[in-house]
Structure formats: structure tokens, C-alpha cells
Design a protein around this ligand. Sequence first.
Ligand code: G4P
Length: 528
Amino acid sequence: MKFEKEIKRRKTFAIISHPDAGKTTLTEKFLLFGGAIQTAGAVKSNKIKKHATSDFMEIERQRGISVATSVMTFEYKNYLINLLDTPGHKDFAEDTFRTLTAVDSVILVVDSVNGVEEQTRRLMEVCRMRDTPVIVFINKLDRDGKNRFDLLEEIEKELKITLHPMTWPINSGKDFKGVYNIHQNNLRLFTANTKADEDDVVALDNLQSSDLDKLIGERDANQLREDVELIEGVYGQLNDNEYLKGKIAPVFFGSAINNFGVLEMLDTFISIAPSPLCRDTNKREVCPSEEKFSGFVFKIHANLDPKHRDRIAFMRVCSGKFERNKYYHHVRIDKDVRFSNPYSFLARSKDVIEDAFPGDVIGLFDTGNFKIGDTLTEGEDFYYIGIPTFSPEIFKELINKDPMKSKQMEKGIQQLTDEGVAQLFTQFGGNRKIIGCVGELQFEVIQYRLLHEYGASCEFKPLPFYKACWLTSKEPKKLEEFLRFKQQNSGEDKDGNPIYLAQSEWFLNTEITNNPEIEFHFSSEINK
Ligand code: G4P
């Protein structure tokens, strides 16, 4: 198949949601439609079970399983779909944020009973930063949920995105009767566990037809007519361009567990979701159709077994064709490297691949050469930008318990932070090494891995910081002065960028007000 065609037929996306909204269930239904699995229940849940939250070894074991399902590739109607999985556990939120840099669009699952939840908000912030096109799936219509007009308003307001309903539900909970496809004028009647055959779909010439009353009853038919009139008046036709710019999100209603409303969304997804697009680098825009290969690392997964210190770097192919055993330029370390066993992730099995196209994600064995954001090219010097890192939420001082092992400790902490397990800051006053994480679990992971992989033992001392802000200023003198005065509350990140460590929101707001010539940023870019 022609190179251009290969690019066009690829759709690389992620399903995101607050835990328990139905991401795993929806993933499974997609794989069923794509023929990648044959039975329900075949997808190992990538979510970490609630009872395991205090047992990080168990969590890592599950994460180990999830490496195989990190990227699920399947074909549907001649499209090649790469579905990137994201960890549901809040403590691994940074992993999810970085995965979002490797996709071209997302499907956001919202629970119709709970509405917008904490994690949904944060994930959407990352999507907005990158103008990622979003399709919304409102799930669990088989349960009594919120009034859908209120729900749409809540989503629009909380997630700061304009919605566009593509289907409309008839009731919810035990009265749920189905969804009306506004743009195709047909009605899918609800039956639990449907295989979503075409037979369930009833075409309607128009909503005034008396057939509708027969199918769903007069009261619901009238309500549907009223709702649809209102929706059409407010929303009109979907503007695909606005969707592609990340300004408007098409919305589907359904019930993932019952396989209901999913097919409508998948069909729309393949017709409107973007194929791989051009991406920004620090030098120029690079387009997928360029002849020469380039790609970047967005995730590194370490093997917790000390006997196998290998890691897997996940690389998104951005341009050209990647080939096995060919030398590529590792821009940051200025070295040529090649890979004899790159693999793809065809639903649950790892296969060595000969080549890969833009939009694909490949797994590269790594012995410590990669860090997040690293770029490979065919010789040109550029690196992909737009890979964010966010302020951690928990800060602890790293204390070396064995001074004889400080070299090992140094190396270990450098490598672990390269992998993105945590962030490392050095405080100006006192030179303390501060580890910042999103969740407590990572501290346990770090302590365990430093000891077992590097032979260094450490402990952590909690610090009273609540946020780290990256600082910039057009007046370097002012910034210098600020950092000198605030030594106890300032330092630098791993790349030497100045940061302010705020003790509380109040302190932070005070400093922001008192120092108008300094900009406080809540996120930073890995490659600037
Ligand atoms: P997640 O990956 O977003 O965390 O969610 P997941 O798919 O695991 O779904 C969370 C729970 O919600 C599961 O129940 C799942 O069966 C249920 N669920 C998913 N879609 C629907 C739906 O359309 N309607 C209803 N009523 N429930 C739905 P669980 O009891 O937590 O897990 P399980 O024992 O069923 O696996």
C-alpha cells in the first residue's frame, strides 16, 4: 500500500475518563468491533483495583501486564486504529498526560450519573493545551442519571468546550428506550447486551411519523420531538473543522456495558477523527508524509525485576517509515542507534516488527539511553516540543541513608526521573534534593527501585510544599533578586529551570501579586 494511504488510514487516539466511568468497558467493545478479541472480558483491565492501592508491588505487577495492552491496534472498516491506553489510577496521572501528547484525538467518557469528575477536568486541561479533538461518550444511560440538558451544560461549563449532540437518548435508567441518531434520522432501540446489529435500527422519515409513537409510546415520542427541535435549533450541523481544531466536541449517549450507542460513535470516529498530523519541533513543523523517519519517546516502562534491568521506551512515529535494524540519530545524546527487536502491540501480543508508519507506536528496548521527550531522526537535529510536565502535589526530601552509596543514589535518581516516575528539584537554600510526585505510591516505587536496582537506600522526609511553579521573567535581574530573597522556597528543576516552591495557595497568590514582573507557570515543557 502506498505510503500516503498508510498514513491516511491510521487513527491514533486514547480513551480517557475519571476512574470507573467505563473506559475499560468501552475499550473492550471497540476491540470486539475491530475483531481483535472475540469475547467480552478478554481485556485485562488496566485499572488498578481499589483494594490494591496500598500495595505498590501489586500495582507494578498489574502495570507490567498492562504494558502489553498499552497500545491496542486493530482494524475497522479498513482503518488501522491505534488505541493508546492510559492508567486510571490517579497516582499515575502524569503517565496519562504524556500519553496524550502521542495521540491525534481522544474519546472522553463521562458517567451520566456522576457527571464531570476531578480527573475528567485535569485530562481535559491537557487536551485543551494541545487543541486535541475530543468526542464525548456519555455512558451508563441504563442507570438513572442527571437530566441530560443539565449534564451537557455542566460538561460545557466545567470542561470549557462547546458540545454538539450527535445522538439523543430517550429516558434513562429502567425507562431507557434507546437513542435517536439526529444526523441520520434513525432510532436504535435499547436491548441490553445487544450485539449492535443493524436490525435494531429503525429508520424514520421524520420525527412526526406516527411510527415513533408506536415504537416508544406517545409521551416519550412527544418529548423526543421537543428535545430534538430544541437541539437542532441550538446546535445546527456539526462543523468538522471546529471539531478538528478542538473547539467543538461531538457527543454520543449510550451504555458501554450493554454495547449500546458504541457503534454509532465508532463509525463517526473513523469518518471525522484526524489521521496523523504535522507536529511542531524546536526547528520547524514536521509532517507525517516526509520521507525521512522521526519520532519521540512519550513513555518509558521499567522492568521491576532486578535481573532484567531493561526498559521499554514507547515511541510515537511522526514522519517517514521506521525500519528495523536501521541506524537513527538520537538527537539529545548525539549518537546513532539501531534497534534489532522493535515491537508493535497488536492487541495483547508483542510482535517484532520490520517497519512502522506515522501514527504507530513502537516499543524499543532500552538500557538507559532514553528519557521522556527524546527524539530520533534520520540525521536532522530537531526535537519534538509540546510534552508537558506538571507541578507535583506531594514533596519530600530525599535522604541518602548510606553515604558510601551516594554515586549509586545519584545515578538511580537521575534515571528514575528520566523515566518520568517523579520530578527532582534542588532547593537553593541548603541544596536539598526534593522529590515531587503526584501520589504517595511513587515514593514507595522510588525507594524500592533505588534499593533493588541501584543498591542505594534512602528515606523521605515530608516537606510542607503544595505546588512547584516554574518562573520566567522579562527582567532577569528581578528574577535573580526574587530567587535570592526566597532561597528556602526556591530551587531548580533537573534541567536548571528556576522554580518557586509554594507552601500554600495563600503564599502563592501573595507572591504572584507582589511580583508582577515574574510569571508563575503551573506546567513546564520537557523540551523547550
Ligand atoms: P474504568 O476503566 O473507566 O475505570 O471503568 P470500567 O470500564 O472498569 O467500568 C467501571 C464500572 O462501571 C464497572 O463495574 C463496569 O461494569 C461498569 N459499567 C461500564 N459501563 C457501564 C454501563 O453502560 N452501565 C452500567 N450500569 N455500568 C457500566 P464494576 O462493578 O466496577 O466492575 P465489574 O465487576 O463489572 O468489572
